[in-house]
Design a protein around this ligand. Structure first.
Ligand SMILES: [Zn+2]
Length: 425
């Protein structure tokens, strides 16, 4: 077992501080034990001196996209996209159609590495690779396991690439769930999923006691399409399929909603995940929590793996468009742990910890912790990371994989991906 000596532990729910020694059990969903004094044998395993360092629960991401990891710095599309639908057509759908199995693995290794270095020990991912569907989830899971990041994956099923690819998405999902892996049933968004595919996905989720992970009303195009094709709003359509009644369902974005949709969501069992920086980047609008209830968590939408950054963006942008104070920003940042625990998902137990070297210029105490959290804490403060009891980052360096090797692999395959994208229509 790992011993964290002389640590200042901050309870992530009560903000209670205590300076103590922490013994960390290894394995999924293990415990931690506090000892005010180090007795004989307690330090028999690995020990880390945490004098002057803060220890608290590590972080988790409520909505990520492994598939976009190799997009950073890629050449812009020949034709500048004019709206959200064109951003998807000319950038993201071109990118995900160009992904090969090796690129998926490199994207997943890099994403897991970036999560680890930012103190994020669990990621909920939504993956698409329409020309390399089969085996993609197992490949991502393998890469995450290798780095030591907990995961809840799904494949983004859609009709946008035709019937055969939609069927492959359903099959990939089923084989992953049937293998006993914890996962969700992913759908791209209402406007690319017809009733037949949606029905099959929901039945699959019911069969395996899972939930649906879907983008919802990210842009008005989703609502316009739904109204035209089905005569109802997106949230109403999802309610009619039973998606909002599944406690494991994650509805992502939820930007363009009418009051009656907000009411449905406020009474729903599903959870909302939103991604402020992605919304700013795509210029699709602003999240407003009013009338949505409290089931709201944060993600990165694949833009990066730094959840502290997501929380800060949600707080600052929310000053103009939402009703969000410091405690609420912190609560949304931590909501993902409740979602995972209440739904009995494994890999986010108490033995997931981040050790912070926080150089605060002012006093820090339980009463002002949320303010330090938003205005002070950054990814650079992450010194050590413990995932399911295992030390996966020590002094800022990932211990489980060779960082430089992962980066080299990603850069090589990233360049290949951009070449392929130039050829794909
Ligand atoms: Zn997304």
């Amino acid at each position: 077992m790992l011993l964290l000596k002389n640590a200042t532990f901050i309870d992530w729910q009560t903000f209670a501080f205590k300076t103590t020694n922490i013994l960390v059990e290894e394995g999924k969903d293990g415990n931690i034990f506090f000892y005010d004094r180090i007795t004989a044998g307690l330090d028999a395993g690995k020990t880390l001196d945490c004098t002057g360092l803060l220890v608290t629960k590590s972080f988790a991401c409520g909505h990520h996209h492994v598939y976009s990891a190799l997009a950073r710095g890629m050449p812009p599309p020949r034709q500048a996209p004019q709206d959200f639908h064109e951003i998807l057509q000319h950038i993201w759908w071109k990118l995900d159609r160009s992904l090969s199995p090796e690129m998926i693995r490199a994207s997943a290794l890099y994403t897991a590495l970036a999560c680890a270095k930012n103190g994020v020990t669990f990621a909920i991912d939504h993956h698409a690779s329409p020309r390399a569907v089969e085996g993609s989830l197992e490949s991502i899971a393998g890469a995450f396991d290798e780095v030591g990041i907990g995961h809840l994956l799904c494949y983004e099923i859609s009709d946008r690439d035709g019937e055969a690819v939609a069927r492959q998405g359903l099959e990939e999902t089923e084989s992953y769930l049937a293998a006993g892996r914890q996962g969700l049933v992913g759908l791209h968004a209402s406007f690319t999923v017809g009733d037949d595919t949606m029905g099959r996905a929901v039945r699959l989720a019911q069969q395996y006691g899972s939930g649906i992970h879907i983008h919802v009303a990210e842009d008005p195009v989703d609502q316009k399409h739904c109204k035209r094709a089905y005569g109802k709003r997106v949230v109403e359509r999802l309610q009619d399929f039973g998606v909002t009644e599944m406690p494991k369902s994650i509805l992502v974005h939820c930007l363009h909603l009418k009051r009656r949709e907000r009411k449905i969501l406020s009474q729903a069992r599903s959870c909302i995940a939103y991604n402020t920086e992605s919304n700013l980047n795509n210029n699709v609008g602003y999240f407003d929590s009013r009338g949505l209830g409290g089931n709201i968590m944060l993600g990165t939408d694949g833009m990066h793996s730094d959840m502290l950054r997501s929380a800060r963006a949600a707080y600052f942008v929310g000053q103009g468009f939402d009703d969000i104070g410091l405690p609420e920003a912190y609560a949304r940042f931590r909501k993902v742990h409740h979602y995972l625990r209440e739904n009995n998902f494994s890999g986010d137990g108490d033995n997931n910890l981040v050790v912070l070297d926080y150089d605060s210029p002012t006093p820090l105490h339980p009463g002002n912790f949320p303010a330090h959290f938003i205005f002070g804490l950054e990814g650079r403060h992450v010194r050590h990371v413990i995932s399911s009891g295992k030390l996966i980052v020590r002094d800022g360096v990932v211990q489980t994989v060779e960082e430089q090797e992962v980066l080299r692999l990603a850069r090589g395959l990233g360049a290949r991906l951009w070449e392929r994208m130039g050829a794909v229509e």
